[in-house]
Ligand binder design. Sequence first.
Ligand code: SF4
Length: 61
Amino acid sequence: MAISINEKRCPQNHPCPAVRVCPTQAIIQSGFKAPTVDQNKCVDCGKCIRYCPMGVFSFAS
Ligand code: SF4
């Protein structure tokens, strides 16, 4: 599995709440831009999916 990011859903106007809950610091956000995920660090825990109110994160199908 891998985490997929739907940038269109991200309002890009606030710090991504998922950055601080990710247990492996796999989520990178530059300024208020849509975040990216370092798939090498990600452990597929799914926390980011639950923490993002906009539904930006999902498991890639
Ligand atoms: S699934 Fe877990 S480890 Fe992977 S980016 Fe999301 S919060 Fe981080």
